[in-house]
Design a protein around this ligand. Structure first.
Ligand SMILES: [Zn+2]
Ligand SMILES: [Zn+2]
Length: 106
C-alpha cells in the first residue's frame, strides 16, 4: 500500500467535521498555481473540502509498521493510522494512534 492509497483509505474512515458523514474522498489536486500537488479531502455529502497538510502525508505502509515506539501513555506498541480533520482550519492531519489508549481512554 503506497501513501496515496493509505491516505485514501483513511479519508474514507474519517467523519466529515462539517456534517459528520463518512463520505470524505481523497483527491490529489495538481491544478493549483503554486506548483506542488495538493492533497485534499472532499466531502461528497456537504461538498466541503479540506486540505491535508503536507507534513501529514503518511509514510509508506512498511515505514508505518516500523514506527513502533512505545506509547508514552501505556507503553503499548500497536499503532493505528488515523486522519483528523478540523473545521476551524479546514485542514486534516495524519496521526498514529495507540490502539489501547483509543479504545480505553483515561
Ligand atoms: Zn460533510
Ligand atoms: Zn497507549
Amino acid at each position: 500500500m503506497d501513501r496515496s492509497t493509505l491516505l485514501a483509505a483513511l479519508a474514507r474512515k474519517t467523519p466529515c467535521p462539517s456534517c459528520g458523514q463518512r463520505r470524505l474522498e481523497f483527491l490529489l489536486r495538481c491544478d493549483l498555481a503554486f506548483g506542488a500537488c495538493l492533497y485534499t479531502a472532499h466531502c461528497r455529502a456537504c461538498n466541503d473540502s479540506f486540505e491535508i497538510a503536507a507534513a501529514a502525508i503518511p509514510p509508506d505502509a512498511a515505514v508505518l509498521e516500523d514506527a513502533v515506539e512505545p506509547c508514552p501513555g501505556c507503553g503499548g506498541r500497536q499503532r493505528r493510522a488515523a486522519l483528523h480533520c478540523t473545521l476551524d482550519t479546514h485542514s486534516c492531519a495524519y496521526t498514529l494512534e495507540c490502539v489501547t489508549c483509543v479504545t480505553a481512554p483515561p
